[in-house]
Design a protein around this ligand. Structure first.
Ligand code: G1P
Length: 289
């Protein structure tokens, strides 16, 4: 069973400036919860009990969000706001949450290397802190069950428009069963004509602990950063690496348009607002069409 997860959340969020000047992108609200809480909830629903967040400068509000706030709890208790009190208390009870600080922003691979000591020699999950996945079952749970079956690292893959593959880590491989690939090629942000496919890493991974040794041996790659994809390419030389093409939607909150879409899609699922929101969208669609 995979019990430990790592959530990298140290980046500056430059694609979402100016709001990210003083506010971590992982703390941007989708309806009424910060993005990173959705990520933690997916991990917890997948069986994770221990989470290490890799954070950096300006990310203190993430720590505060997952810490208890006794003053607020007292206030809510005195005012008999039971529902909000449970909501606030639930956050700290989700999992054992730990933090470590990435000293310099040297890439995703470098960020994950900060988890080496905490994780030890056991398999673990990685969930990008700025990515919400909407799928029937929690995506990480699907990856965990593939890991149980095959006993080797497995990552989530998404099929994207070939025109935009250069934004992602891209794989090549053989489909060994429906939606499951044995990966044999990995390139981070290739040019469109050099990409082996349009299957890209989608922000959820389960790794054997050997990934840490591979990161240690990985030189800086594209953008002069230690890329997780480059470390995975080394891992794939000695261990098997599987890719699961998931069905569902990935929302990259670092991207402004995705952020707006996420609020709408998840808002339409909320009982307390879906009727009004749907009506608003229908009226708006008439106005602008
Ligand atoms: C990172 C990974 C990339 C992956 C992407 C998914 O890139 O390096 O392999 O496809 O996340 O969002 P970034 O978005 O940090 O440039």
């Amino acid at each position: 069973m995979i019990k430990k997860a790592v959530i990298p959340a140290a980046g500056f969020g430059t694609r979402f400036l100016p709001v990210t000047k003083s506010q971590p992108k992982e703390m941007l609200p989708v309806i009424d919860k910060p993005v990173i809480q959705y990520v933690v909830e997916e991990a917890v629903e997948s069986g994770i009990t221990d989470i290490l967040m890799i954070i950096g400068k300006g990310k203190r509000s993430i720590e505060e969000h997952f810490d208890r706030n006794y003053e607020l709890e007292n206030e809510l208790a005195i005012k008999n706001k039971e529902e909000q009190l449970q909501e606030v208390r639930k956050i700290t009870g989700l999992a054992n949450i730990h933090f470590v600080w990435q000293k310099e922003l040297n890439g995703l691979g470098d960020a994950i290397s900060y988890a080496k000591h905490h994780v030890g020699r056991e398999p673990f999950a990685v969930l990008l802190g700025d990515t919400i996945i909407k799928s029937e079952q929690p995506l990480l749970k699907n990856l965990a069950s593939i890991f149980e079956r095959y006993g080797d690292s497995v990552v989530a893959l998404e099929e994207v428009d070939p025109a935009i593959v250069s934004r992602y880590g891209v794989i090549g491989g053989d489909e060994i069963e429906k939606d499951l690939y044995a990966i044999n090629q990995l390139i981070e942000k290739p040019k469109a004509d050099e990409a082996p496919s349009n299957l890209v890493f989608a922000g959820r991974y389960i790794f054997a602990p050997e990934i840490f040794d591979c990161i240690d041996q990985t030189p800086p790659g594209i953008n002069n950063e230690i890329q997780l994809t480059d470390a995975m390419r080394l891992l794939q030389k000695t261990n098997k690496l599987y890719g699961h093409r998931f069905s569902g939607k990935r929302f990259d909150i670092g991207n402004k348009l995705d952020f707006i879409k996420t609020n709408i899609v998840l808002g339409l699922e909320r009982e307390d607002m879906n009727g009004d929101l749907k009506q608003f969208i229908l009226n708006l669609a008439k106005e602008i069409s």
